[in-house]
Design a protein around this ligand. Structure first.
Ligand code: ADP
Ligand code: SF4
Length: 689
């Protein structure tokens, strides 16, 4: 008999209408950058969550009809029988592990631009799409009838594909929420005016979906419990909707009006932030409620149940970072949980139209493509490996190699492990990033075959002398101090060296004083975070960037607006679309990126957040320019030759996610032929081949 655990409540089955979730772990709908475009990749990824113990696994937003096409973002679709077959592959794969499969039926309304289908978009009024110069067609009564028919037909296809839970989705600014909006909805018929009328479409969809498939499928509704903002649907109005329609679905999936907050990064939003605003839904409806909160701690999950907030613990990101989170809680292996760090790199990929990936879990998205399993690695040949550098790349490589049975020595010049992750996690808002280090150091510390030596800077002679069979160089990168980056292809001619700082200087505790100009040509978090740090310590900071917004790339991680707001609130002066052209120690020259017109401003120090230089010195000393195998006189079984590979930022400075992935791939493939990842695509049958 299984031992009793304080977390048993998390593993109780939960009836949801006509179906029963096997436990309380619920992977809510989340985008993947796979959708209809990569059906096999998607099915294998979702199946991995089910294998890892998630009791319910849902799709991403799933278009019901070609009039809702979010191209180039790869949404799921249920337009025809082909889609039924492709999504059935996912539902079947999820069922194979005993989990329920859910599908989030979606119509984008005015939000989308239908770039692929070129069909007109529909809205409650003619409104601009989110990004394109395209307006929707105002829906007349006939259009509304058509839309309801499409929704019903998609629900029937969802049932045919084998889904157990089917969503109605009146949130996040999409079509049904347009009807709820007091601003967008200007109708004077039975669909406009009073709240009763504005929620008519939502009510009809709930009724019609139940009538069509409710015998076999549970009906879920994803609803912003705090409304959509006062000008659309106030918090009180949202409560009224919940009270009026509470009995209709089998499950309430509660979200927030503000997507930035609902899936806020750890830089700005703590765990469990939704509770206060969603807690009433369960009391009012008496139905099972699922909600998210970046929950990685089983005690935090239990708290949600005990306080009567949720019945099912919803997760997108924690299930991405660790598909086996439920299985690990079940087995009492809490120390093995790979906790999400809240960086939102996963989300950024959908926004870039590329498949999902994760900083913490390098196997995410590789389940089908590379055949990778997040918990299993192939056994190696038992040789010895020296890993130089214990940043995210080196740590990941060492822990994978340890699991593969190699004898691993990991050395780092610094007195702490983690490399850039340790340093960056001490910057404002980035503390959770240290989990990248902590998970891996925790794993390694329990492996007798992996030894970590800190405070050990290795020279080429040391590496040769060490005589390992394999050497992985993971020496990282450092920030440039010459101005070269996106904008400047050459070093700045006038740069008063003594007053030039880089992020490395700041992280090492060196602080400029006086009038500081920070030049951000990197465009992600580093520039704004350092500007904020310096301003918070009392300095006068001018933030200049070649982009149109502060930390512009963080639009993809849903952080940009908060980042810019934080700078404004810290009194940082922001200048966009300009580059630093010169700095003589007292004056900085900045130039407009469009006209080249220059002007000068007072500056006693500049901080350059431009590009990084890979630290490949050790690798080059060992291998020269030809990447030769290195001769190691001390090598035993390797007969004097070691394979030498570079991983992480010393090959290609990039995101932490890239460094972890690079370390993982190298370690997984060490000693064998590198596998060529599969490509998920339609293959045209040709008679001639
Ligand atoms: P990555 O992101 O690729 O893992 P990091 O910059 O985070 O790279 O980490 C690189 C690590 O390598 C740093 O902790 C640094 O101290 C270490 N390092 C660099 N050169 C050497 C060396 N010659 N010997 C030992 N450690 C080194
Ligand atoms: Fe969490 Fe970052 Fe992974 Fe997303 S990419 S799941 S936020 S660790």
């Amino acid at each position: 008999m299984a031992e009793k655990s304080r977390y048993d409540r998390l593993f109780e089955p939960v009836p949801i209408g006509p179906v029963t979730a096997p436990n309380r772990f619920y992977q809510v709908p989340h985008c993947t950058g796979m959708g209809h475009a990569l059906p096999q990749t998607l099915a294998a990824m979702r199946a991995m969550k089910a294998e890892g113990g998630w009791g319910v696994v849902c799709t991403e937003y799933c278009s019901i009809h070609p009039s809702s096409d979010d191209h180039p973002y790869p949404f799921a679709s249920l337009w025809d029988d082909g889609d039924v077959a492709n999504l059935a592959a996912m539902a079947d794969a999820v069922h194979a592990h005993g989990a329920l499969a859910g599908v989030e039926l979606w119509h984008g309304g005015s939000y989308v631009a239908n770039l692929a289908t070129r069909a007109p978009t529909y809205g409650v009024r003619s409104a601009l799409s989110r990004t394109d110069p395209v307006q929707s067609q105002r829906m007349d009564r006939r259009d509304i009838r058509e839309f309801r028919r499409w929704h019903r037909e998609a629900a029937l296809r969802a049932r045919r594909a084998g889904f157990d839970i089917v969503y109605v989705y009146p949130s996040h600014g999409y079509l049904v929420s347009e009807f709820l909006s007091r601003s967008y909805n200007e109708r004077t018929d039975e669909y406009g005016g009073s709240l009763e009328n504005r929620m008519r479409l939502m009510r009809e969809l709930l009724e019609e979906t139940r009538e069509a498939i409710g015998d076999r499928c549970a009906i879920a509704v994803r609803f912003a419990a705090n409304g959509h903002g006062d000008e659309h649907l106030s918090a009180e109005e949202a409560q009224h909707v919940v009270a009026a329609l509470g009995h209709m679905p089998d499950l309430w999936d509660v979200v927030l009006a503000d997507y930035d907050e609902e899936m806020g990064s750890s830089r700005f939003v703590p765990q469990g932030a939704l509770e206060e605003r969603v807690a009433y839904v369960r009391r009012v409806t008496g139905k099972p409620v699922v909600g998210v909160g970046r929950f990685t701690s089983p005690d935090a999950m239990l708290g949600q149940l005990q306080r009567g907030v949720l019945d099912l613990i919803g997760a997108a990101r924690p299930s991405i970072a660790d598909p086996f989170l439920p299985a690990k809680i079940r087995a009492g292996r809490l120390e093995d949980i790979r906790e999400c760090i809240g960086c939102n790199i996963c989300y950024s990929n959908n926004f870039r139209g590329s498949p999902l990936r994760c900083t913490q879990n390098p196997t995410m998205g590789e389940e089908w493509r590379s055949g990778w399993h997040p918990e299993r690695v192939p056994q190696g040949d038992g040789g010895t490996v020296l890993v130089v550098g214990a940043g995210p790349a080196g740590l990941e490589a060492a822990q994978v190699l340890g699991k593969r049975g190699y004898t691993v020595t990991l050395a780092d010049a610094a007195d702490e492990a983690g490399g850039r992750v340790s340093r960056e996690s001490r910057l404002p808002g980035l503390a959770e990033w240290a989990r990248v280090r902590d998970y891996r150091v925790g794993q390694i510390s329990r492996m007798p075959n992996v030894t970590l030596y800190l405070g050990n800077r290795l020279l080429a002679a040391d590496v040769r002398e060490f005589g390992a069979d394999h050497v992985l160089i993971a020496t990282g990168a450092s920030w440039r101090r010459d101005g070269i980056g996106r904008w400047h292809a050459r070093a700045l001619a006038t740069l008063a060296a003594g007053a030039v700082y880089t992020p490395d200087d700041i992280m090492d505790g060196r602080r400029p004083a006086g009038e500081i100009l920070l030049f951000d040509d990197d465009h992600y978090y580093m520039g704004p975070v350092i500007a904020q740090l310096l301003a918070a310590s009392g300095a006068r900071v001018r933030y200049v960037t070649t982009e149109g917004r502060a930390g512009a790339w963080s639009l993809y991680t849903q952080e940009q607006e908060r980042a810019q707001r934080a700078l404004i609130e810290h009194g940082v002066a922001i200048e966009v679309n300009v580059a630093l052209d010169a700095f003589d120690g007292t004056t900085a020259t900045i130039g407009c990126i469009f006209t080249g017109r220059q002007r000068q401003c007072a500056a006693t120090a500049v901080v350059l957040v431009t590009a990084r230089l890979p630290d490949e010195a050790l690798y080059r000393e060992l291998c020269g320019e030809d990447d030769e195998a290195v001769t190691t006189p001390g090598a035993g079984a390797g007969a004097g030759h070691a394979s030498v590979l570079r991983i992480g930022d010393c090959v290609q400075p990039a995101l932490i996610a890239n460094a972890v992935y690079s370390g993982h791939r190298a370690a997984r493939e060490l000693g064998g032929a590198a596998a060529v990842p599969r490509r998920d695509r339609v293959l045209v049958k040709s008679d001639s081949c």
